[in-house]
Design a protein around this ligand. Structure first.
Ligand SMILES: Cc1cc2nc3c(=O)[nH]c(=O)nc-3n(C[C@H](O)[C@H](O)[C@H](O)COP(=O)(O)OP(=O)(O)OC[C@H]3O[C@@H](n4cnc5c(N)ncnc54)[C@H](O)[C@@H]3O)c2cc1C
Length: 336
């Protein structure tokens, strides 16, 4: 059974099947709502209810409850009647068929995947955005683009999540093997995680693991077009040395650009690693170096926990919440 969902103030109506999340139903109708995490954490896909009934799912829960109140998260809510909602939207660009151009292990659990459009048409995006792979049964997995330009292809850094549908396949654990030439359906780039060039603040990137991917794209764009008179700090965290899989590149930027400062941080270095750098968590290392963070904009990317802990640490150090942008790499498990 399908319900009709009207978008307030427009003549747009889309149909949502029973059991289908509104964000997915809208995408089926060619409509793009702002979104990122897809599991009820980030709040980017919020809509205001004008009329109708909805069932909402809490993050990580398979059990829906009747939604109360005027705000719903379209990624985690299904319709229970015809309805009207108010939300900003754009028309979705068509999906692109892409082919694996190269695959390279950057670390035991990280692969750098480069994709090229099968059509050979140019592919454009803004540094910091992500793409969705559309898998069997309509499942989607998001990956941040890890280069400022797609000249050599679309670069992605993908970490293995054991038991995961897509990454088990990519890492050859289960499912159809992925190799040079494998084709995927990829949705047009989206996401609002982008450099605000007008803010007039210094910048800090707080990233862990493959959260480095969007930082790499944004830093490369700053290298092409630096922010005059502004400093840029990258605090990149991992458990062990091997997790900082492009450490040398970051060190080379630090040596080359006087405005760029790189601080690697390890949380679980063993004595055998002979690590003489910073230890602990990236947000604490940054705040220790900059007890007054009010002159910074922060860009945070990694686990939900990193985002939450960093927002707490940064606001306690005087940073305004509106100067903090984040992308949480949430997954089906919801809490990684
Ligand atoms: C905006 C965005 C950008 C991202 N960018 C990147 C990136 O650049 N690089 C990167 O490595 N990752 C990124 N991610 C994470 C990525 O999208 C995937 O979530 C991740 O790769 C896991 O996908 P998967 O299909 O392998 O695992 P999934 O199938 O999603 O499973 C993940 C884990 O959850 C478990 N699980 C599956 N189903 C359930 C369930 N119902 N209940 C409880 N547990 C369950 C699985 O066993 C597994 O351990 C991003 C996420 C977002 C939202």
């Amino acid at each position: 059974m399908a319900y009709q969902i009207k978008i307030s103030g427009t003549d747009v109506v889309f149909s949502a099947e029973k059991g289908e999340r509104l964000l997915d139903a809208a995408a089926r109708a060619g409509l793009n709502f702002p979104h990122a995490c897809r599991c009820g954490f980030c709040g980017m896909c919020a809509a205001t209810v004008v009329s109708g009934d909805f069932i909402a799912y809490a993050p990580g829960s398979a059990e829906g409850r009747p939604s109360k109140g005027p705000r719903i998260l379209t990624c985690s809510t299904e319709a229970a009647s015809d309805a009207e909602i108010s939300i900003q939207f754009t028309r979705l660009s068509p999906n692109v068929r892409m082919r694996v151009a190269s695959m390279e292990r950057l670390a035991p659990d990280v692969i750098r995947l480069v994709l090229q459009p099968v059509s050979g048409e140019p592919f454009s995006y803004l540094p910091g955005q992500f793409v969705d792979f559309i898998l069997e049964g309509g499942e989607r997995r998001s990956y941040s683009i890890a280069a400022a330009h797609a000249k050599a292809g679309l670069e992605l850094h993908i970490r293995h999540v054991p038991g995961g549908l897509f990454t088990d396949r990519l890492f050859g654990v289960k499912g159809d093997p992925v190799a040079k030439g494998t084709e995927f359906e990829v949705a047009a780039p989206s996401g609002e995680f982008r450099i605000d060039r007008e803010s007039g603040h210094d910048i800090v990137f707080l990233m862990t693991g493959t959260g480095f991917a969007p930082a790499k794209a944004m830093i490369e764009s700053l290298i092409s077009r630096p922010l005059e008179g502004k400093a840029v700090y990258l605090y990149w965290g991992g458990r062990h040395r091997v997790d900082l899989y492009m450490d040398e590149l970051c060190r080379s930027w630090d040596a080359k650009y006087e405005w760029f400062h790189y601080c690697p941080v390890l949380s679980r270095a063993t004595p055998e690693e002979a690590w003489d750098g910073r230890t602990g968590h990236v947000q604490n290392a940054f705040v220790a170096d900059h007890p007054d963070a009010s002159g910074f904009d922060a860009y945070i990317c990694g686990s939900m926990r990193l985002v939450e802990d960093s927002v707490r640490a940064l606001t306690a150090a005087g940073m305004k919440e509106e100067n903090i942008r984040s992308d949480a790499f949430t997954s089906k498990a919801g809490l990684n």
